[in-house]
Design a protein around this ligand. Structure first.
Ligand code: FE2
Length: 301
């Protein structure tokens, strides 16, 4: 993404001004998005002012990487609860045994051995919980055990992608609504089919294709693997539009790739990002375990 020197200088000044008001340090990870956060211990209770500063930083950077954390599942749940209501997992297999709102994300088989084929839906571009009436505001993912290399997570900026569309295209897309479906998402990613209980828990919903981010007022594309088709259109025509837009919006210039370090907890904004896990490690040899919590958001408009 082309950013002029003058813009960078101004952005740097703005960051310095804002950071003066935050009770932690935020160091940008790329010109597009992402910041490392230092001086914030997620295992300790935080004040309302600190919570607001985290949300402010999230609006600015979209992805926050809290380094050097040491979190039990209960502590992660407590920290997450500061930002809103926690989501249960639709897939009951992924509700953690100790704290059900903390979802284990791993590549372990039924014998706790590393294997391919677990959580494969995570390897498709998606935004968490878009199949719910009130989809996710943010996801928090904490590294419990990492492979020696790889196991990255990629994020695609749906605000930057939308901004790059021609004006006439933006006008055409504005009135459209997409259906999002847990059942269809499972089929598309090749996962085990949804159970009757899951279909009952998460029936399809529709949301605007172009939504306005409630924290920034900016327009973003809201799509991903959980989206199935366009409301009022023949299914195949809608699928083709989703494919085309998603291919456009996940080009390299809109992506930040996170390489995990031990102790990382990554917080990302599901309202303006797609994300996916990257299969760049030996899944049948090395263990990758992360604990996930999800904060419920507002009705997309
Ligand atoms: Fe996800």
């Amino acid at each position: 993404m082309a950013i002029t020197d003058a813009t960078e200088t101004q952005a740097g000044a703005d960051v310095a001004a804002v950071q003066g008001a935050w009770p932690f340090e935020a160091k940008p990870l790329s010109p597009l998005m992402g910041a490392e956060v230092f001086g914030l211990d997620a295992a300790q209770p935080i004040s309302d002012a600190t919570r607001d500063a985290v949300l402010d930083a999230l609006n600015r950077y979209k992805v926050l990487v809290l380094r050097d954390q040491d979190l039990t599942p209960a502590a992660q749940a407590d920290f997450t609860r500061c930002f809103g209501e926690l989501e249960q997992h639709v897939n009951r297999e992924f509700r953690g045994a100790g704290v059900p709102e903390v979802h284990p994300v791993n590549n372990l088989d039924e014998n706790d051995k590393p294997a391919r084929g677990r959580n494969i839906g995570n390897y498709s571009w998606h935004t968490d919980k878009s199949y719910m009436p009130l989809p996710s505001l943010a996801t928090l993912l904490y590294a419990v055990q990492l492979p020696p290399d790889g196991g990255d997570t990629e994020f695609a900026d749906m605000e930057a992608a939308y901004a790059e569309l021609p004006e006439a295209r933006k006008q055409d897309l504005q009135p459209l609504r997409l259906w999002h479906s847990w059942e269809r998402s499972r089929e598309k990613s090749g996962s085990r089919h949804a159970t009757d209980q899951e279909k009952q828990d998460a029936p399809p919903v529709n949301h605007p294709l172009v939504r306005t981010h409630p924290g920034t007022g900016r327009k973003v594309l809201y799509l991903g693997n959980h989206s199935s088709h366009v409301d009022g259109w023949p299914v195949e025509r809608g699928e083709a539009l989703i494919d085309e837009l998603q291919t456009f919006a996940t080009q390299d210039q809109f992506i930040y790739r996170h390489t995990w370090k031990p102790g990382d907890m990554v917080i990302w904004d599901n309202r303006c990002l797609l994300h996916r896990a990257v299969a760049n490690f030996e899944m049948d040899k090395h263990v990758r375990i992360l604990n996930r919590t999800v904060v419920r958001g507002d009705l997309p408009v």
